[in-house]
Each structure stands twice: as structure tokens, then as C-alpha cells.
Ligand binder design. Structure first.
Ligand code: FAD
Length: 463
């Protein structure tokens, strides 16, 4: 690897090839806090430098792992000592904003929050939003097809990308920097890279779709008496808010109670005595009209018995206080560690039974174990957090079987939005049939025949 690194230094400069302590002191992901083990970290400044680096790597069959903000939750950024990490941390430029066409052209290492703020300066909005917004990058969001808290209104990352550019395993550059909303000239190549978790190419630049900025955002925390109330409320708000419903997040009581009354970590806006809590938001452009419509919709939900109580945030601080409960992942780590987290999707009507089954199986197997559930319920997506008292691989395997086991029969997925990475690789056949997996292998073989990009992520090595 040494002579390869010397040639890479000639391309990116000495300070942009990190080795030894400089690598070890970096964390490899947000959740575990483990050290990066890559042989070196290479930090190209632009597409051209990265293409040259990949040409060298391809010539000597050097495997690489791409690093964005490292907030991914499925070990996609993990690299072994014989792999090079390619970090896009220097590729953070905003190249252009087109306020009329509604697009922004960026380098892929830019943070999501920076894009959101730049869009707002032009009275526009970038619709993707998630808790890791300050650290995660657009390249990572593209690679994982990130979801987040506004999918119910705007869709996932797949819907926010108009065009992109990627460097392939052999160093060739595919530039598909389309700015049009409509372009049916053959295959839509950008979609190939979105959600491919860095296994088909390294995304270097992107044209992002911007939306009109919504100036009124109204948030409420509501308590539901039962799961019928939750699903009834979802249908009711979909109708009553006429398309302005932007968030429908649900916390089971076990999650809400743990992070408020039980731990004292967050002040509960409502007492923790109901079985379900939903955070609902309405986005509009006229605040008075939005408040009136939102309040009326919640009032009629109360009258219909879909909700038992509600708090409407009256300030940014109150809104943040509500979201702090939902986003308090540190609280889950503190109280449930060693923590296993899952990101599954399944039909909404099956969720309550699914959650009850998991809770029963976990408490039967580990009497002191604990499971809490929250998620983007409006998108059919639940996050399950389990503390079984041990983090050893055998326990993990048992918990995985309990959580993933029922999904195939329900037509659900082992990954709603976080991807497969290394963590869920062995379970891919639960959510994809043999024909789908065979086509994934064909695509991988066609674009990366030497298997250099994010080696063995998503697809296990063939026996
Ligand atoms: P990384 O973690 O650096 O990488 C993720 C994967 O993408 C890796 O396989 C990596 O190799 C690959 N990759 C990164 N950059 C590129 C690139 N330029 N080209 C090709 N491949 C690349 N996710 C959601 O979907 N919804 C949520 O609501 C959500 N909430 C979160 C909240 C918290 C507190 C945290 C810590 C994470 C959350 N996530 C969520 C997960 C995570 O933030 C997303 O997966 C995010 O898109 C990852 O971006 P990143 O830049 O950190 O990517």
C-alpha cells in the first residue's frame, strides 16, 4: 500500500493522506464510537482528483470505502486495514443555486443542514430533514436514500435529486447532472446510484431539487387512546389538512415514558399515561390559515375520540422540546445499552400486533430485557430499540431473529431507510427475492468487476 499512497500524495497533497494516529483518532460511526481502522484516509478536493485516485486504486485492485458524515447506522463506513477510506470532507462547495428552476448544485461532501440553510436564504426549501442534519452529507443521503421526518409530504432522497455525478471503480466519471424535473431520455442513471450505499460508484456532485419555502410550521404532540386512534388520526389529518401534513411521528408509551418521566431527561409536555404519542406537523405558507386549519383538525380529532389530549407548540423552544423527546437517541443509548437498533417497515395496520409480539418474545427470552418503539409511522417505518442486557453476537443474532422474523410474512422490509451495509447483509433474502438479488449482483459485477467499492457491503461474498 505504501507505494500506492506515495502516488496518491502526488495527486491530493501530503496533508490529505492521513495515516497512523490521524486515522485511529477518527470514529468510524456515530453509534459505536469505534476507531477507524482503514489503512489510510484520502481526502480529494474535487472529482478530478478522486478520479485519478480511483484509476490508481483500480490498477492495483485496491479496495476503498467512502466516508461522508459517518452518521450511517448499518456499518457502511467500516473499513479494514487493507482498505483505503475516501473522505469527501473537502468537497463541500455550493456551485450554483437556480431559484427559478428550483435547484441547487453541490459537491457531495456538503452537510445536509448547510444545504437547508442555503436554500432558505433564497426563500426556498430543501425538503429532506433528519436528526443527523448537522453532520450527515448529501453524498451519504444519496448513497443511503435517506428518509427522515418529512417523507410523508415530500418523499425520500430519491425524490429530491435531479442529477448527480459519480466516479466509478475504474476512475471513469459518469456525469448525469440533469437539472430538469422531466427527462425520460432512456434509463434514469442517477437512480442507480441512489440507495446503492457506495457499492456502485462514489457520488461527487449532485443537482438537488428545491421546493417553495413554507413559512408556517405548526407542531403538536398528541396522545392517542389506542392504535385505532393512531391510524384514524393519520387518515383524518391527511384529509383535514388537505396535503399540508408534513410529519406523522409516533412514539409508543414505552419510548415516551423512558425518555421523559422515567429518566428525567426531557420534560413531558403531556403525562406519560397514554399508550401512543404522535408528533404531527402542518406546513403552510399563510400562518393564520395554517393555525386555523391545524387547530380545527386537532379539535375534530379530539371530538371523534381519536386523541385524548394535545399540546400545540406556541414557540420554537416548545417545538424543540417536543422533538427532543423523539430525537433523544443518546437517552436510548444511556438507558438500554448495549443497545440494538432496528429500522423496519411494514403495513401500518399490522404494526400494533407486531410490536406486541416483539415485546412478548423479548420479555419471555430476557426477563430484564427492554424494548421501546418509535418511528415515522406515517411512512410505515418503525425504529425498534432493544436492550437485552448483553451485546454479544449470539444475543444480537437472537434479537435480530425476533425482530426480523415476522417481517417477510407481513410483506415488510428489514431496512426502511438506513440501508443494509454490513449489519443487515445476512438478512437481505428476507426482503428481496432470489431474482432481485441476482440482478443486484449483475449490476455490481458490471460496474465494479474487481469488487473494490465498499467491498462486501449489501451483498455477501458468493460461496
Ligand atoms: P456515511 O455514514 O458517511 O455513509 C453511509 C453510507 O453511504 C456508507 O456506506 C458510505 O460508504 C456511503 N457513502 C457516503 N458518502 C458517499 C458518497 N459520496 N458516494 C457514495 N457512497 C457514499 N437516516 C434516515 O434515513 N432517516 C432518519 O431520520 C435518520 N435519522 C438519524 C438520526 C441520527 C441521530 C443519526 C445518527 C442517524 C440518522 N439517520 C437517519 C442515518 C444517517 O444519518 C443517514 O443514513 C445519512 O444519510 C448518512 O449520511 P452520512 O453522510 O453520514 O453517510
Amino acid at each position: 500500500m505504501q507505494s500506492l499512497l506515495e502516488r496518491i500524495v502526488a495527486i491530493v497533497g501530503e496533508g490529505n493522506v492521513l495515516t497512523g494516529e490521524d486515522v485511529a483518532q477518527r470514529r468510524v460511526d456515530w453509534m459505536s464510537g469505534a476507531s477507524c481502522r482503514a489503512g489510510a484516509i484520502v481526502r480529494p478536493a474535487n472529482t478530478d482528483e478522486l478520479a485519478q485516485v480511483m484509476r490508481l486504486c483500480h490498477a492495483v485492485a485496491q479496495p476503498v470505502v467512502t466516508h461522508g458524515g459517518l452518521t450511517g447506522l448499518v456499518h457502511g463506513g467500516e473499513a479494514s486495514p487493507d482498505e483505503l477510506a475516501i473522505s469527501l470532507e473537502r468537497m463541500t462547495a455550493i456551485e450554483a443555486i437556480d431559484p427559478i428552476g428550483g435547484s441547487m448544485t453541490v459537491q457531495a461532501g456538503i452537510a445536509l443542514q448547510t444545504v437547508q440553510e442555503a436554500a432558505a436564504e433564497h426563500d426556498l426549501q430543501f425538503a429532506l430533514d433528519l436528526g443527523a442534519r448537522g453532520s450527515c452529507t448529501i453524498g451519504g443521503n444519496i448513497a443511503t436514500n435517506a428518509g427522515g421526518v418529512r417523507v410523508i409530504r415530500y418523499g425520500m432522497m430519491r425524490q429530491q435529486v435531479l442529477g448527480l455525478e459519480a466516479v466509478l471503480a475504474d476512475g471513469s466519471v459518469v456525469s448525469s447532472m440533469n437539472r430538469m424535473l422531466k427527462n425520460n431520455a432512456g434509463y434514469d442513471l442517477k437512480q442507480l446510484f441512489i440507495g446503492s450505499e457506495g457499492t456502485l460508484g462514489i457520488v461527487t456532485r449532485s443537482v438537488l431539487r428545491l421546493q417553495p419555502r413554507m413559512t408556517s410550521e405548526r407542531t403538536a404532540l398528541v396522545a392517542c387512546p389506542d392504535f385505532e386512534g393512531v391510524t384514524g388520526l393519520l387518515r383524518h389529518l391527511g384529509r383535514a389538512l388537505g396535503g399540508s401534513l408534513s410529519t406523522f411521528e409516533v412514539m409508543w408509551r414505552n419510548h415516551y415514558a423512558l425518555l421523559t418521566e422515567e429518566s428525567g431527561r426531557n420534560t413531558p409536555p403531556l403525562p406519560a399515561r397514554w399508550p401512543f404519542y404522535a408528533i404531527v406537523e402542518s406546513l403552510g405558507s399563510d400562518d393564520a390559515a395554517n393555525i386555523a386549519q391545524f387547530s380545527a383538525a386537532l379539535e375534530s380529532a379530539l371530538e371523534a375520540g381519536l386523541i385524548e389530549d394535545a399540546v400545540l407548540a406556541q414557540s420554537d423552544a416548545q417545538r424543540q422540546g417536543i422533538w427532543d423527546i423523539r430525537e433523544d437517541i443518546e437517552g436510548l443509548i444511556d438507558h438500554l445499552s448495549p443497545l440494538f437498533t432496528f429500522d423496519v417497515s411494514l403495513p401500518i395496520p399490522d404494526m400494533a400486533d407486531y410490536a406486541d409480539t416483539l415485546e412478548r418474545r423479548i420479555s419471555e427470552r430476557w426477563p430484564k430485557g427492554r424494548m421501546v418503539i418509535f418511528g415515522h409511522l406515517g411512512d410505515g417505518n418503525l425504529h425498534v430499540s432493544v436492550g437485552a442486557g448483553s451485546g454479544d453476537p449470539q444475543t444480537r443474532r437472537e434479537v435480530e431473529q425476533i425482530v426480523y422474523g415476522p417481517l417477510a410474512e407481513l410483506g415488510g422490509s428489514i431496512s426502511a431507510e438506513h440501508g443494509i451495509g454490513l449489519e443487515k447483509r445476512d438478512y437481505l433474502p428476507l426482503s428481496r427475492n432470489p431474482g432481485e438479488i441476482a440482478l443486484m449482483r449483475t449490476l455490481k459485477q458490471a460496474l465494479d468487476p474487481k469488487g473494490l467499492l465498499n467491498r462486501h457491503k449489501i451483498l455477501a461474498p458468493e460461496e
